[in-house]
Ligand binder design. Structure first.
Ligand code: PMP
Length: 440
């Protein structure tokens, strides 16, 4: 721990830090597309931090807006009173809401993170069903290999078995089969051709539980943290139709896909499928200050605000809901996205991106490559007896050579800031390709 003196004294619990403890990688600063490590090495950011720094690091306009807000109104309660930055931010978000103006997803609830957005959306869904006289609808459907953060709602609907094993969970949760069918779709460019019928798994759950018991179904349009799993062509449309047929709300978790990741403002825009609620965070403030937002259909909002007393009286809100400084950061972020066309820039780069990543086909160990917008998942064959070890070695090697990638199991994921240049895409593919070639 030579470059991380004294860290043990402040040690932080839980798994995310275990590997770091063995080999600390300390980041000192960041600007544009690069991190600088404490040993002075420049590291190209292939992951936009944690899928969040979409406009690149160290944006002066955000820093200035944050300072202005901090010295004007640093905090304001969001109960029984308001402040301009939150109203401005909500209005600006409504103007770019998922699915465009016709979708009507223009009511915004502010949270402090992706996990809080998920819990909030699940609560809104349950409260809405009650408000429209469907109080028997208390069950929630998630999906295997879904990731929805680490709140109790998120781990319950989430599809990571390890995250569910240790705790008592929300009752009445079931999971759709996941859509990942490597055998039939390996190395397909764009959306998998096979597997749309997996959406019919929701019909199975409806038959099993009874439509009158199900409030909502939550999915990531593109599963990110569990390995960049793309929905088969037509899958999300089919899920939407089944939800409509049975009065089930559809929630898109766009914590990763929101704010330009796929080359459209939101995944709802990319797929042309309009959910009832959309959870966001990360790119909302360019990763600078912790914040999330839930987009809510007007009809859902109105039922809650004008519904039965029990629902109106439901308390939900956080100390940091609509935090003025986070709102200021978010407003400055939206300005940058608009001025630089970043919410659609991924569409211009997607083909080059896919080309560079799919060129890694044929490299040893690589058993699949998946790309969409400015996201890639490169799946490696697990090292026998040591699942995840090979991808972890690739991550370490890339970092040593100046590229930050993310590993999840045996999948290497990339999601660069949306300001990435074409030559940087080539650099990423080249460093990654070398690391994979060296991996045992
Ligand atoms: N949902 C999705 C789809 C995510 O990718 C994440 C974070 N990776 C979350 C929710 C949780 O967000 P947070 O870590 O901000 O709580």
């Amino acid at each position: 721990a030579a470059n991380a003196p004294g860290l043990d004294a402040y040690w932080m619990p839980f798994t995310a830090n275990r590997q770091f403890k063995a080999a600390p990688r300390m980041l000192a600063s960041a600007k544009g597309m690069h991190y600088t490590a404490t040993d002075g090495r420049s590291v190209l950011d292939g992951t936009a931090g944690l899928w969040c720094v979409n406009a690149g690091h160290g944006r002066q306009a955000i820093a200035s807006a944050v300072e202005r807000q901090l010295t004007t109104l640093d905090f304001a309660p969001s109960f029984q009173m308001g402040h301009q930055a939150a109203f401005d931010f909500a209005e600006r978000l409504a103007a770019i809401a998922p699915g465009g103006p016709e979708a009507g997803l223009d009511r915004v609830f502010f949270t402090g993170s992706g996990s809080e957005s998920v819990d909030t959306a699940l609560k809104i869904a349950l409260a809405y069903q009650r408000a429209i006289g469907q109080g028997t609808r208390t069950k929630l459907i998630g999906r295997e290999r879904g990731y929805h953060g680490v709140g109790f709602g998120g781990i319950s609907v989430g599809g990571l078995v390890n995250n569910r094993r240790v705790f008592p969970l929300l009752p009445g949760v079931d999971h759709l089969r996941h859509t990942h069918d490597l055998e039939r779709n390996a190395f397909s460019k764009g959306l998998p051709a096979h597997g749309a019928d997996l959406a019919d798994d929701l019909e199975r759950l409806v038959a099993l539980h009874g439509a009158e018991t199900i409030a909502a179904c939550i999915v990531e349009p593109v599963a990110g943290s569990t390995g960049v799993l793309l929905p088969p062509t037509g899958y999300l449309e089919r899920l939407r139709a089944i939800c409509d047929r049975h009065g089930i709300l559809l929630i898109f978790d766009e914590v990763i896909t929101g704010f330009g990741r796929l080359g459209t403002p939101f995944a709802a825009d990319y797929f042309g499928v309009v959910p009832d609620l959309v959870t966001t965070a990360k790119g909302l403030t360019n990763g600078t200050l912790p914040m999330g937002a839930v987009f809510c259909k007007r009809a859902v909002h109105d039922a809650l605000m004008h519904g039965p007393e029990a629902v109106i009286e439901l308390f939900h809100g956080y100390t940091y809901s609509g935090h003025p400084v986070a709102c200021a950061a978010g407003l400055a972020t939206l300005d940058i996205y608009a001025a630089e066309g970043l919410l659609t820039r991924g569409a211009d780069l997607a083909e080059d991106w896919a080309g560079a990543m799919h060129d890694l086909r044929g490299a040893q160990h690589v058993i699949d490559i998946r790309t969409i917008g400015l996201v890639a998942g490169i799946e490696l064959a697990p090292r026998p007896g040591a699942p995840g070890a090979r991808a972890y070695d690739v991550f370490v090697d890339c970092f040593e050579r100046g590229l930050l990638v993310r590993v999840t199991g045996d999948i290497v994921a990339l999601s660069p800031p949306l300001i990435v240049e074409r030559d940087q895409i080539d650099t990423m593919a080249s460093i990654l390709g070398d690391a994979i070639a060296r991996a045992a």
